[in-house]
Design a protein around this ligand. Structure first.
Ligand SMILES: *[C@@H]1O[C@H](CO)[C@@H](O)[C@H](O)[C@H]1NC(C)=O
Ligand SMILES: *[C@@H]1O[C@H](CO)[C@@H](O)[C@H](O)[C@H]1NC(C)=O
Ligand SMILES: *[C@@H]1O[C@H](CO)[C@@H](O)[C@H](O)[C@H]1NC(C)=O
Length: 531
């Protein structure tokens, strides 16, 4: 397949500005194209979905050997692109909206009932047969989005062992941060963040139990929306905890992430929590909150200890002080020097009770997921542990261990210890984050990086990470806006307002070192990883 790394399209952008129509002529490269750019290019017959998919396939071939953000490319992606192109030509109603004809990459713990595997990066689940598409995938297919492939991840969403590095899985290899290859890409939705950051796909989905969207988004200079638990269906997603798991977009811009969010939210019969949470979905969807002046009048809380403490000599304190200044300048009301009660305990996985709750919930939820499979080499967590022992070289068990699996297997449902842990988490949330938000009538708390993730995780709260800085080594750092349940509309206004005021993101300058040696490889040669 031909490689078009620099397809240039002449696009006519029509802007309606306060009643008077201005026509601007500008050149658009597919690289860095946003959902809106792509929609417009489709509309003006300047681009087809086939061209788009061919471009991304070429970029995967060129970049993925080094970056390892993609585990599998969908052999049916080009066919789906052709169908989308035909529907657009025939002016099918759905072809005018949303993600129709746009390729999306799914974290490898999100099930697809097609030729792609769903394995959480582990060989233990290779050849497992899922009963149906995940709930979010059903919604994506309904909009006509192209399922481009599966993203690599920290294996088992980082719930196998503490020893494995972020972004590593047995099937995916080591995912790399495209800004600084030696830097931590964070996880566990590492491949989703890496792949959109490096323009290997238009948009992507990640999942989060505690930090797994917010942290890789922060570290790879992309936008991640960790939405309110239940806003998006978890059905068909390899689970950790139904109490904390959530599915959300990871994209290059806030606007792109919001288009993806609109496509995936809503009720799903296979996930009861989506019924309750659907009350949060605004009529007309979320794109109406992409307001340039979205910061105006927003009350933003600042908790300095411990979130604004940086290494000595770091450029970050200055950068973030400047950002606070910018937020104020755009009309936000900053409420500074707040404290969250027991924050040290909340951030300590062990003493908060989060670890105790998660390992027990994981065993129950994973066993239910495995039982629901139509065929699988492993039927239970105990089988997965045994598989890992048997293939300990392949799964790097000798090096990285599987102590979380072993601890989970040793649990026996939700007993007294787990109930006490859950009660403790509830108390910490009510007396901590919720109390501060309500007492000071805040719209969001603002923190650098993704250190705030556990606060949001244990309460099921939403947060958005937006590119904010590059540290002394050139490694990206995001800014996180976190709010109460269902506050996505406000968080989107704030995140978009900040992004438009700062525009920190720039594409990585990464160039593959060894592309020449592999011009004859097929996609599957490149993505079948062996150490
Ligand atoms: C899924 O796994 C099977 C078994 O290893 C493999 O043959 C197939 O190519 C994989 N699918 C994709 C799309 O990579
Ligand atoms: C940072 O600098 C302060 C003041 O010079 C010093 O007290 C502190 O120990 C330093 N911290 C680290 C981590 O080096
Ligand atoms: C977390 O709390 C435990 C006690 O529950 C303690 O042993 C451990 O040192 C704490 N970890 C940190 C990083 O403070």
């Amino acid at each position: 397949m031909a490689m078009h790394s620099s397809i240039l399209l002449l696009i006519l952008l029509a802007f309606l500005l306060s009643g008077s129509q201005t026509i601007t002529c500008t050149a658009l490269s597919i690289k860095e194209a946003t959902v809106r750019d792509i929609q417009l290019a489709f509309k003006l017959n300047q681009l087809t979905s086939r061209q788009l998919v061919e471009f991304y396939l070429g970029e995967v071939r060129r970049l993925n050997r080094d970056l390892r953000g993609v585990i599998e490319v969908n052999p049916d992606a080009l066919h789906q692109a052709d169908v989308a192109d035909q529907e657009r030509k025939a002016k099918a109603p759905r072809s005018l909206f949303g993600l129709h004809g746009i390729p999306i990459l799914l974290k490898d713990n999100i099930a697809t009932k097609d030729n792609l595997n769903t394995t959480a990066g582990s060989f233990a689940l290779l050849k497992s047969v899922v009963p149906r598409d995940a709930g979010v995938v059903m919604k994506l297919r309904k909009t006509g989005a192209i399922i481009f492939g599966k993203a690599s991840l920290s294996e088992w969403a980082n719930f196998r062992s503490f020893g494995a590095p972020n972004g590593w899985s047995a099937r995916g290899g080591q995912g790399k941060n495209p800004y600084v290859l030696s830097a931590d890409p964070c996880g566990s939705s590492s491949g989703s963040a890496i792949s959109v950051a490096a323009n290997m796909v238009a948009v992507s989905l990640g999942t989060e139990t505690d930090g797994s969207i917010l942290c890789p988004a922060s570290s790879n200079a992309v936008v991640g929306i960790k939405c309110t638990v239940g806003l998006t269906s978890r059905a068909g997603v390899i689970p950790i905890s139904p109490r904390q798991d959530t599915i959300g977009p990871i994209c290059r811009t806030v606007s792109d992430a919001v288009y993806v969010l609109d496509a995936i939210v809503g009720h799903d019969y296979n996930d009861a929590a989506t019924k309750e949470a659907s009350k949060y979905i605004p009529p007309g969807g979320y794109t109406q909150f992409l307001k340039v002046d979205g910061l105006k009048g927003k009350r933003l809380g600042i908790v300095r200890n411990p979130f604004f403490i940086f290494d000595n000599g770091s450029v970050l304190p200055q950068v973030f002080e400047h950002h606070l200044h910018t937020l104020r300048g755009r009309g936000a009301i900053l409420v500074d020097h707040l404290e969250i009660a027991n924050i040290d305990v909340i951030l300590n996985f062990t003493s908060s009770g989060e670890a105790t709750a998660l390992i027990a919930e994981f065993k129950i939820a994973l066993n239910a997921y495995l039982k629901d499979l139509m065929a699988s080499p492993v039927q239970s967590l105990a089988d997965v542990i045994a598989f890992n022992q048997k293939f300990s070289d392949l799964e790097m068990i000798k090096e990285f261990g599987q102590e979380i699996f072993l601890a989970a297997e040793a649990t026996n449902g939700i007993g007294n210890a787990e109930k006490a842990a859950l009660l403790n988490l509830k108390g910490l949330t009510e007396g901590g984050f919720e109390k501060v938000m309500r007492n000071y009538k805040l719209d969001a708390l603002v923190t650098p990086g993704a250190d705030f993730a556990p606060v949001l995780a244990i309460g099921g709260f939403p947060g958005i990470s937006v590119p904010a800085a590059f540290d002394n080594d050139g490694v990206p750092v995001g800014i996180c806006f976190g709010g109460l349940k269902g506050s996505e509309p406000k968080l989107i206004e704030i995140a978009y307002g900040f992004e438009q005021a700062t525009k920190i993101r720039k594409p990585p300058l990464f160039q593959p070192s060894s592309f020449k040696s592999c011009t004859t490889c097929t996609i599957n040669d490149l993505v079948v990883i062996k150490h």
